[in-house]
Design a binder for this molecule. Structure first.
Ligand SMILES: C[S@@+](CC[C@H](N)C(=O)[O-])C[C@H]1O[C@@H](n2cnc3c(N)ncnc32)[C@H](O)[C@@H]1O
Length: 290
């Protein structure tokens, strides 16, 4: 087991592990397919009759998805000034995000406010200030696992929406591979930065209990985890490390737990295609209305 409790905000080895995962999983591509499908109509509706558009990204990481969404917002609402506020706890990923903004055409027109902090600290700072900036579009992509209290977090960020605005939460899909893995091995996996695993099921239940109106859109995705079953494969080991949030899958878990996880990954979380083991990493995009 890791000697110290891990921080939820990615730095150092978590950044490289996440980067490696993104390269192997096609996750950003799947998210971008969904947002390209859904957001243009949302942005047109939100932007109608607006003299400015304000966006808040929470847990934006290196900003690869953010820059695409901001570019989309510019093109659906030409000439309307846009602001972007970012709340991201990782200084390393925020530096990557800033570098990406600099090389993305037209984003120099958007003023960015960088809040390099935990989303809970942002909430406290905003509440202490009293005068809350409101937003047309707030997004939390693959970060809701790390917030302390799901209902309080959704309630707070929902309260920052302008009328007609949308809070977009992208999270692992209920009963998908991640949900199955993390709920089955909760005792062994929910011990560091993630103490309670959440998928779209928990987010939807929470939105319902808060009486919020929402739509849910599927984000299908799968990726090849065949290498995970070859103990000599470095790729397999790195994927297993990321998927179990361990620095070292082979040293952090007992042989029984490891073989149980591998069996579950192969038989309950994946399907076989052309001799390859394809992990079901479906996501869900939940659009909560103001
Ligand atoms: C899985 S990554 C997703 C990053 C990005 N949204 C994407 O899809 O590429 C999770 C991100 O949330 C950030 N994070 C985790 N907990 C956070 C918190 N409580 N407040 C702000 N950022 C947080 C991490 O530093 C990391 O950048």
């Amino acid at each position: 087991m890791a000697a110290e409790t891990k921080q939820s905000c990615y730095e150092g080895s978590s950044v490289s592990s996440f980067q490696f995962y993104l390269e192997r999983s096609g996750e950003h591509e799947a998210i971008l397919r969904c947002v390209r499908d859904v957001l243009p109509r949302e942005f047109k509706r939100t932007g109608a009759d607006k003299s400015s558009l304000d966006v808040l990204g929470v847990g934006s990481g290196g900003g690869q998805v953010d820059v695409q969404m901001l570019t989309m917002l510019q093109s659906t609402n030409p000439g309307v000034p846009i602001t972007a506020d970012i709340v991201e706890g990782s200084s390393e990923l925020s530096d990557n995000f800033r570098a990406l903004v600099e090389k993305t055409p037209n984003l120099e027109k958007i003023p960015f406010a960088w809040n390099i902090m935990h989303s809970g600290d942002y909430e406290k700072a905003v509440q202490a200030k009293g005068n809350m900036k409101k937003f047309d579009f707030i997004h939390m992509i693959q970060m809701i696992y790390y917030v302390d209290d799901l209902a309080d977090t959704i309630k707070f960020y929902h309260s920052l929406l302008k009328s007609n605005g949308r809070l977009m939460i992208i999270v692992e899909g209920e009963k998908g591979g991640w949900d199955t893995l993390w709920k089955t091995y909760q005792k062994e996996l929910c011990v560091d930065a993630i103490t309670q695993y959440r998928s779209s099921g928990e987010v939807i239940a929470c939105a319902k209990s808060l009486g919020l109106k929402y739509e849910e859109l599927p984000v299908p995705n799968q990726f090849d985890i065949t290498d995970c079953f070859d103990p000599s494969s470095q790729t397999g080991e790195r994927l297993l490390n990321f998927m179990t949030a361990k620095d070292n899958f082979y040293e952090s878990l007992t042989p029984e737990i490891r073989s149980g996880i591998l069996d579950l990954l192969r038989h309950k979380c994946s399907t076989e295609k052309d001799g390859r083991v394809m992990f079901d990493s479906k996501l869900s995009c939940i659009l909560i209305h103001a």
